[in-house]
Design a protein around this ligand. Structure first.
Ligand SMILES: N[C@@H](CCC(=O)N[C@@H](CS)C(=O)NCC(=O)O)C(=O)O
Length: 217
């Protein structure tokens, strides 16, 4: 298998977490879409030009982080079970995965986009509304975490793969420190071996971005 991803992309981090949780063997294909040549080459593999993308063992291409993780869970027996065997639990995992992608990750991206603009071009009212909605979603997560170790029960799942990459950006952008269960979850996430690997690679990539040094692909 080959994984096309970038260490600083949240959806790539989500799939990397799944890869490490499953102890999957894969060829890492770091792809920087900010580089026009890499973007052009990648668009031949995925016309929509979105990371991550998995080239499966049979050569087929699989986009979409959640679908890639379901594929890994179905085809790799080792490591964590990322979709629980119980159908109702699996439904709750998929529900939280959808909420996190749509109502957290994509919304954080909107704020990050606005923050990258000059202050006079920002839409402050729209940003305030997005923040308000994000706080509601995090309050719901905090309630959920009051009676659950990981997001759905005791086992680390697809829903946690979706949430972990959002945590640090969310704590940076929003006042979340009063949410005790979420803070406990954040501490426990930092100690998860799979997340340590993903976070370390992201830190190295961020440092390379600042220094201008490019890794040899
Ligand atoms: N729903 C997709 C979202 C993927 C996505 O938005 N990826 C971003 C990086 S985090 C991307 O490739 N953006 C490049 C672009 O839109 O040009 C998934 O879950 O994989």
């Amino acid at each position: 298998m080959e994984l096309f991803y970038h260490p600083l992309s949240r959806y790539s981090q989500k799939v990397l977490l799944g890869m490490y949780e499953k102890q999957a063997n894969f060829y890492p294909r770091v792809t920087d879409l900010r580089d026009p040549l890499q973007r052009q080459a990648f668009s031949k593999l995925n016309p929509l030009g979105k990371l991550p993308l998995l080239r499966c063992s049979d050569g087929s291409m699989l986009p979409e982080s959640s679908i890639i993780i379901e594929y890994l869970d179905r085809h790799i027996a080792s490591g964590s079970r990322l979709l629980p065997p119980d159908a109702d639990d699996a439904l709750r995992v998929r529900l939280w995965d959808r909420i996190i992608d749509n109502d957290i990750s994509n919304q954080l991206f909107l704020i990050e986009q606005q923050q990258s603009m000059a202050p006079e071009h920002r839409n402050e009212l729209a940003m305030a509304q997005v923040r308000q909605r994000l706080l509601l979603v995090f309050a719901g997560l905090d309630n959920e975490l009051a009676h659950s170790h990981w997001l759905v029960g005791d086992g680390f799942s697809l829903a946690d793969c979706a949430l972990l990459p959002c945590l640090e950006p969310a704590f940076t952008l929003l006042p979340l420190l009063d949410l005790d269960n979420l803070c406990r979850y954040r501490q426990q996430a930092k100690l998860r071996g799979s997340w340590e690997l993903v976070a370390e690679e992201a830190q190295l990539a961020a440092a390379d971005d600042i220094s201008g040094v490019k890794l040899i692909p």
